[in-house]
Design a protein around this ligand. Structure first.
Ligand code: ATP
Ligand code: MG
Length: 445
């Protein structure tokens, strides 16, 4: 206790203090103009500065602009407390428990405003047994806020009113050199928060920039620390990778660094079977392309794709045990979802859509009578069809099936009639079941 107190009082005084000044990079050098900043974030920085506070656009947005990319969002950092920010902007609300942030609303745009924070001094830090920080939400000043960020490229502050960049960690030079470099000692920073290893992979893949050698070096030895990260946070980061628009590069990079084991249990299994790997990589490539074309992508579709080969093998197992295909598929879906829940926290809310997509696959085989028409009316038809195309492309089912449905969708009445396959004996027999029962099953499906 006393030692801790002495260390705190004297230790601090002895530590060489930086003078706190940042390198200021003028507009002339960096060329990022005020016009490139979103309407809302300009309003926020202007409003806070007019009220006497410091306020800057920070993080990913400044980095992306320097790399000539379109930022996803514009976050603001300030020395005003969340309550003070709220007082300046009426249309705002405080969110978050661990870090209290303010969301300021401008029509469609929501600007996230965070108060400068500092890393907690080592002796005060609350860590788990492996050195992972459990709390880092103390308020701080601008310099401290820069130091607690992960990569130098992510620690730049842009002031829209002067169009200057404030740089405490040579982030400007690194970004210009397409280099992703950890602030401080990489091993310590990974110990504090192992998710930074995944962020390193994601950001370097997404931005197509090099990971600095010293930043990459400890990852191989430290990857087991990811086992202690709460599942929900891991899933968040994995989702960010899968939906980054560069999921293929992310997965390739993860595998190269041998980071995928244990992190994505579902990938462990799938990537080891050639057919499964082909299917998953096609699904990811397809997602990347959709994102590049600014089309919506659904996490449920992606999860359904990631788990499909697990479902297939479980389905085969139940059929082998003598179950009929439909009940066997239900059993397989339940088994796979249950197993995944235990390992990776895929939220339950996606289950229904995943199951719908899988169940539709069974119905694409039925190309006689009224069935294809009823399938076209299913609200999930499009997702099911996209999924079928992936199955064709991966070689799981014949291309002919995908081509048939592609044509059938847009064909006129006569052509559709021509395309229908003759009823098989088995189909007829099933149709002759009591009418009432058949209707009930159909509407419940
Ligand atoms: P993206 O473009 O994917 O949003 P980003 O860098 O903006 O990338 P965010 O998760 O939005 O990522 O985080 C915003 C900023 O917060 C980062 O730029 C970085 O400065 C800081 N940050 C985020 N996560 C961490 C972390 N685990 N450790 C330290 N700093 C972090
Ligand atoms: Mg961001």
């Amino acid at each position: 206790m006393i030692r801790k107190f002495i260390k705190r009082v004297f230790g601090r005084a002895e530590r060489p203090r930086l003078d706190g000044s940042a390198q200021i990079i003028p507009f002339k050098a960096h060329g990022v103009s005020r016009e490139q900043i979103s309407y809302g974030s300009k309003k926020v920085t202007d409003g806070l500065q007019a009220a006497g506070y410091q306020a800057y656009v920070v993080g990913g947005a400044v980095r992306d602009l320097l790399l000539q990319r379109t930022p996803k969002d514009f976050d603001v950092a300030t020395n005003a407390t969340p309550e003070e920010v709220r007082r300046v902007f009426r249309r705002s609300r405080i969110i978050g428990r661990r870090f209290r942030l303010v969301h300021v609303m401008f029509g469609e745009e929501v600007v996230e405003v965070s108060t400068f924070r500092r890393m907690i001094e080592e002796e005060d830090a609350e860590t788990d047994a492996h050195g992972r920080l459990l709390r880092d939400n103390e308020f701080g000043d601008q310099q401290q806020d820069a130091a607690r960020r992960d990569f130098t490229a992510n620690a730049l502050f842009y002031d829209p009113s002067t169009q200057e960049i404030h740089d405490f960690h040579q982030g400007y030079a690194d970004t210009r050199n397409h280099l992703l470099r950890m602030i401080g000692d990489p091993a310590t920073r990974y110990r504090e928060d192992p998710v930074r290893m995944l962020r390193a992979v994601r950001l370097s893949a997404k931005l197509d920039i090099r990971l600095d050698a010293a930043t990459a070096a400890p990852i191989g030895k430290m990857k087991d620390l990811l086992n202690n990260v709460p599942e929900a946070r891991l899933l968040d980061e994995v989702l960010k990778m899968l939906l980054s628009g560069h999921s293929v590069e992310c997965i390739q990079q993860l595998r190269k660094m041998d980071l995928h084991h244990g992190l994505l249990p579902l990938l462990d299994v799938i990537l080891e079977q050639p057919m499964g790997e082909k299917f998953v990589m096609l699904a990811l490539r397809n997602t990347d392309e959709r994102l590049a074309q600014e089309k919506p992508v659904s996490p449920a579709f992606l999860f359904a794709a990631l788990l499909w080969h697990e479902v297939l093998s479980s389905w085969a197992k139940f059929k082998q045990r003598g179950e009929n295909p439909v009940p066997a598929l239900h059993m397989a879906m339940d088994e796979v979802l249950h197993k995944q829940k235990a390992k990776l926290a895929i939220p339950h809310r996606h289950d229904a859509v995943m199951k719908e997509i899988w169940l539709l696959q069974l119905r694409f085989d039925q190309r006689a009578g009224q069935r294809p028409f009823r399938l076209l009316e299913q609200p999930r038809f499009r997702a099911g069809f996209d999924f079928l195309l992936l199955r064709c492309a991966s070689g799981e089912v014949d291309d002919e099936l995908g081509l048939w449905w592609d044509e059938f969708q847009d064909a006129n009445v006569e052509r559709r009639a021509e395309m229908l396959q003759p009823e098989r004996a088995g189909d007829k027999k099933r149709r002759r079941r009591p009418r009432k029962k058949a209707v009930v099953t159909e509407s419940a499906a």
